[in-house]
Design a protein around this ligand. Structure first.
Ligand code: ADE
Ligand code: ZN
Length: 358
């Protein structure tokens, strides 16, 4: 449709994409071969080893959210579909060398961002999911950095890195990784908090976020949709995280729409934005439920940046698909989508001269 062409063509800003979540079946298979390791689409050791690229592609289509696990209660362990986190972290296992990190990041920049006209992006990475396999900081940061430079030189795509702490790992590990990251501080614009939120509230990581804020970094944290403590967690992130002032952004946080006071805290009181990845939420709520929440935030004037999160594991839905879904749910005109992009630029942590150019 003509509308789709408009959205396809406009220059885009993406502020919530995990580089590890862009690992396609093809690249996963290639890196596994190159590194001489097998591929299982789950961290669960009982899961089957996949024997061909076709099997890997097929398994990617099978990823479920942990909320859907009860539906599979009668399956034997070897036949269980992988949950999102099982699939995502098992994917990380093929990332070993500097070249692997380069190939991963360049695949996103060159084959996805460039083709969808993403002009600027802030990309998450999860060091703790790599150092645990013995990957060196030098290889990880070197590969990411060279891909970033090539993306800018060859495709004109500008980007920044946001380093995430895994919330299901300890605070002391987060602090240790924070210290180690300081050797690469010029490559890092801010810090985020991701992984499994159940029983891991953001307040557990207050120390490391307060330090990051003191050191001049931007901060954000995931507040996943449908978590049992989601309203409490959103409130903490927006009002307190990072030494008492609150984060510079909330990732997801869609449930802020449920409570006027929370919408107000984010929108009026703090004036911070939220990154919204609608495709991801379809596993957790109906289209109609999501459309209502999205419309509440849009009417409130909350700053939103529609993004893709971990597109390879979310039905291969990249920023374009997420924008089209949001457009439909929010009844947005082409002009509204364009205004949203301008808001995304405003929300970004790009250097002033880059921002002025977007
Ligand atoms: N890490 C990568 N993708 C994530 C998501 N959607 N939620 C939490 N942690 C993540
Ligand atoms: Zn995310």
């Amino acid at each position: 449709a003509a509308n789709d062409e408009f959205v396809a063509k406009i220059p885009k800003v993406e502020l919530h994409v995990h580089i590890e979540g862009t690992l396609s079946p093809e690249l996963r298979w290639k890196l596994a071969r190159r590194n001489g390791i097998g591929v299982r689409l789950s961290t669960n050791k009982e899961s089957k080893e996949l024997q061909s690229l076709e099997e890997v592609e097929w398994a990617y289509g099978d990823v479920i959210s942990s909320a859907q696990l009860p539906l599979y209660a009668d399956r034997p362990p070897s036949e269980m579909p992988p949950t999102f986190f099982e699939a995502y972290y098992s994917g990380c296992e093929v990332l070993r060398t500097k070249q692997d990190f380069f190939d991963l990041a360049l695949d996103y920049f060159a084959n996805r961002a460039a083709s969808m006209n993403v002009r600027y992006c802030e990309v998450f990475f999860d060091p703790q999911s790599h150092t645990s396999r013995g990957v060196s900081w030098e290889d990880m940061m070197g590969g990411l950095s060279e891909a970033q430079q090539k993306a800018e030189a060859e495709y004109g795509i500008k980007s920044e890195w946001i380093m995430c702490f895994l919330r299901d790992v300890s605070l002391s590990s987060a602090l240790e990784h924070y210290r180690e990251a300081m050797s690469y501080r010029d490559m890092i614009v801010g810090f985020g908090l991701d992984s499994n939120e159940t029983n891991h509230p953001p307040s557990l990581f207050e120390d490391v976020f307060a330090r990051a804020r003191r050191d001049g970094f931007r901060i954000t944290a995931h507040c996943d949709v449908g978590q049992k403590d989601t309203h409490k967690n959103i409130h903490y992130v927006a009002s307190t995280l990072g030494g008492g002032a609150g984060a510079d952004r909330v990732d997801h946080g869609l449930n802020a729409a449920d409570i006027p006071e929370l919408t107000n805290l984010i929108t009026q009181k703090r004036g911070i934005g939220m990154t919204i990845c609608p495709w991801a939420y379809l596993r957790r709520m109906t289209y109609q439920e999501m459309a209502i929440k999205l419309q509440v935030l849009i009417s409130a004037g909350t700053k939103l940046c529609i993004s893709s999160d971990s597109p390879a594991y979310m039905d291969d839905s990249w920023i374009l698909h997420n924008l089209l879904l949001a457009k439909q749910m929010g009844n947005l005109s082409d002009g509204d989508v364009l205004s949203m992009m301008k808001v995304s630029v405003e929300m970004s942590w790009a250097p002033r001269e880059v921002k002025a150019d977007l």
